[in-house]
Design a protein around this ligand. Structure first.
Ligand code: ADQ
Length: 464
């Protein structure tokens, strides 16, 4: 078995608390099995960049990390990654900032990662690079002479061509993807947008999974990420989850709870969710006091202004809705800005009659899958899901809505609250089958098997 090298912005070290996301666990397992290494930023910031590599090994997973300097974090992480690419790739060109410094910093830091990885790579290693922080890294490794099998996975949407062309030097950035052998997206929609760009803007051609530009042919595939469904279902039955469930139920006094769980990010449609819920309260006075929304939203990327703004907007919106509708013994929104360990989170999902997942755009959205996996099979809740989340391609038995429409959201909430047990069970079973079948191991294996099967000597030749 070839050794796997994973490269991503942040390295997630295994911990015993079980608080890691499914992605970290799945990658850690693959690294452990192949005795591979995970390379990335330590999360630490130093005065000046030294290039010093910190090696460590936790629970059988080897990591190699570098510290970045403040300018790197400003230009590469907060800048090009989170002020330029993130909003643009989530269809928010109104929020995207284009600055030469950002682009320069992004390329500089990617060179730093390439310098870090280069001496650690053996000829037979298989390299898997993750996400929008690291698009040009593969090309930089090729420039250093590495002929390894190399794959790239994008965890966020791929934007339509008409939006992507607003990015200065978009062609240069996209062409670096052709250094990889396999490029993966969550859904057919993102894949199609990528192909469209390649055909329109690069004069490339598509033949099944194979995409060719000039003399370079790569495989571009849709490979939807999943969760560790079994483990999540077990977590929902754990002692900590049950304690959480009891605590919440006691506080609900027979009211139905709607739950939202998201990083505090404008792409998650939180403002639209609050407005949709307010619309539901306005349209359905008879439902007042019978229902409440618990929104859990730990802050993220607080150094970026658009994130400060969305936080302020939500603070005031939650306050306004609660001010308008609360009574002395009922508050319609519980707005919580903290994170929870995974077993408690599973208990929170299980205690909710409705999971409300309304991103405006989302590469996949794992919360939707976690909500499904955490349900009680004998009395499952209802998932209301945005059509614009990658997860909607698989979870077709959710109540699919347009998150921009408060009326649709309001109608869906009413429908979910009234849904008979038979229908809830039928919909849940169909969704759970998909969550169980295309779980995190399936995702990891599908991608790595395809990558391992690449023949680098013939990779340049377009297949029949
Ligand atoms: P994210 O944008 O972070 O991921 P998502 O897929 O929903 O979005 O994953 C969030 C994770 O954080 C979930 O596992 C969730 O349980 C956890 N989380 C959120 N709030 C939490 C809280 N308060 N306490 C504890 N845990 C919390 C990006 C892309 C997604 C894509 C993933 C994986 O934006 O579209 O699904 O990567 O590819």
């Amino acid at each position: 078995m070839s050794r796997l090298i994973v490269i991503s912005n942040r390295v997630s070290r295994p911990n015993k608390s079980g608080n890691q996301g499914g992605l970290a666990v799945a990658l850690a397992q693959a690294l452990r099995e192949s005795r591979g290494t995970w390379i990335g930023w330590s999360g630490e910031v130093t005065d000046t960049f030294t290039g010093h590599i910190g090696f460590s090994e936790d629970d059988g997973v080897k990591t190699a990390t570098i510290d970045l300097e403040e300018q790197d974090v400003d230009e590469y992480y907060n800048g090009y990654a989170n002020k330029t690419l993130w909003p643009l790739f989530h269809f928010r060109i109104d929020l995207a900032e284009y600055a030469r410094d950002f682009e320069g910093g992004y390329n500089r830091v990617n060179q730093r990662f390439a310098d870090t990885a280069a001496p650690l790579i053996e000829p037979e290693d298989v390299i898997w690079v993750h996400d929008y922080h690291m698009i040009p890294l593969g090309q930089m490794l090729r420039d250093r002479g590495h002929r390894n099998k190399m794959g790239f996975f994008l965890h966020i949407p791929w934007p339509p061509t008409r939006l992507l062309v607003s990015l200065p030097h978009h062609n240069k950035l996209v062409s670096t993807l052709f250094a990889y052998d396999v490029v993966g997206f969550h859904t057919e929609e993102w894949l199609e947008s990528f192909r469209h760009y390649v055909e329109r803007e690069m004069g490339g051609s598509v033949n099944g999974d194979f995409v060719t530009v000039g003399d370079r042919t790569i495989q571009a595939v849709a490979c939807p990420i999943g969760i560790n469904a079994k483990e999540f279902a077990e977590a929902a039955d754990s002692e900590a989850a049950r304690a959480m469930l009891d605590q919440i139920r006691a506080s609900l006094q027979d009211r139905a709870m709607i739950v939202g769980v998201d990083r505090l990010d404008y792409s998650k449609g939180l403002e639209e969710r609050f407005n949709g819920y307010a619309r539901f309260l306005k349209d359905n006075p008879d439902q007042h006091r019978k229902v409440l929304l618990t929104q859990i939203a730990p802050p993220s990327r607080g150094e970026v202004e658009s994130y400060q703004q969305i936080r302020a907007t939500l603070d005031s919106l939650a306050g306004r809705i609660n001010g308008e509708y609360s009574d002395v013994d009922w508050t319609p929104i519980r707005y919580v800005n903290q994170g929870y360990p995974r077993d408690k989170l599973a208990g929170i999902y299980r205690s909710a009659r409705i999971g409300l997942v309304t991103p405006l755009r989302d590469g996949m959205n794992l919360v939707a899958k976690e909500y499904v996996a955490a349900q009680d099979p004998d009395d499952p809740g209802v998932l209301i899901l945005s059509r614009f989340a990658g997860a909607a391609m698989q979870l077709k038995d959710a109540l699919l809505i347009n998150p921009y429409s408060p009326e649709e959201m309001s109608d869906a909430i009413l429908r979910a609250l009234a849904m008979p047990l038979d229908e809830r069970k039928r919909r849940w079973r169909a969704m759970m089958d998909s969550v169980e079948q295309q779980d995190i191991s399936w995702w990891r294996q599908s991608f790595t098997e395809r990558l391992m099967a690449v023949d680098r000597d013939t990779a340049r030749v377009e297949p029949e």
